[in-house]
Design a protein around this ligand. Structure first.
Ligand code: AMP
Length: 249
């Protein structure tokens, strides 16, 4: 099996995100960037499949600025075999990303695309679903367990109030949920080895795809500041305030 893993460079999840003064978006200058955490889970799952003898090759792919090479190198250090950067300075919408990924799927012919369920910067949760639609492939979104057998994969998904298990015919698109696995730490020797792994760069213009934005951001705002709490003297006073002031019970 050949696996394609899209990996997105996003603001590190430990960073407190600041909104730009003009409200046009969030500040990314001099901000620590990392691989989207759900994509780390996707890379880890691909590596586990390779270690179990189910996958021959793992290709990590990122779409974005030249700095996305660092994100791809992280995937290579974790264990991916090869990287592709589709280079663009433009921030693509999920539709644009999916069109680029479809082109990469056409070129690479993977048996499986496994990606994050959501990028933590835009919280779109759209790309896997759009990609599956464009490819006309089955999709297993929010996967928490995968089981492969005879050209199929059983995907267990966490849904409201329980678990759902689907059987998908390969090739398929899968998006990783938090509980699929716990990604490994990258060891220093592997970071050194990753520097020698192949990483191709394709300028986005070469693909001849329409990635023009369809959506414009009107405004980005900080959440309202929380007002401080108050101390109450007794449970009775607390119940009274919840009932009569906050009106929540
Ligand atoms: P989203 O639909 O934006 O929440 O993203 C879902 C998933 O799509 C991410 O977890 C990534 O696996 C993939 N993805 C989105 N944007 C990119 C990108 N620019 N480069 C590579 N993968 C991406």
């Amino acid at each position: 099996m050949k696996i394609l893993v899209p990996v997105k460079r996003v603001i590190d999840y430990n960073v407190k995100v600041r909104v730009r003064q003009d409200g046009s978006g969030v500040e990314t200058v001099n901000v620590k960037m990392s691989m989207n955490p759900f994509d780390e889970i996707a890379v880890e799952e691909a590596i586990r499949l390779q270690e179990a003898g189910r996958a021959e090759e793992i290709v990590a792919i990122s779409i974005g600025a030249p700095q996305c090479q660092e994100t791809i190198r992280t995937a290579l250090a974790m264990g991916a075999d090869r990287g592709i950067l589709v280079e663009t300075e433009q921030d693509l919408e999920p539709l644009g990303v999916s069109k680029v990924l479809r082109e990469c799927v056409d070129r690479e012919s993977p048996d499986l695309v496994i990606m994050g369920k959501q990028a933590i910067d835009d919280d779109c949760n759209q790309t896997a679903q759009i990609l599956a639609g464009l490819l006309d492939w089955p999709q297993g979104a929010f996967a928490s367990t995968l089981k492969f057998s005879d050209g199929r994969v059983d995907v267990t998904r966490e849904i409201d109030g329980g678990l759902e298990t689907l059987s998908l015919l390969l090739p398929a698109v899968i998006s990783a949920d938090l509980r699929l696995n716990e990604p490994r730490y990258v060891k220093l020797p592997n970071i050194m080895k990753a520097k020698k792994k192949p990483l191709d760069t394709i300028p986005i213009e070469e693909l001849g795809i329409d990635v023009a934005p369809r959506v414009s951001t009107i405004k980005v705002e900080e959440p309202p500041a929380r007002s401080g709490g108050i101390m109450v003297a007794s449970v009775e006073e607390l119940v009274d305030k919840l009932k009569n002031d906050a009106k929540v019970i």
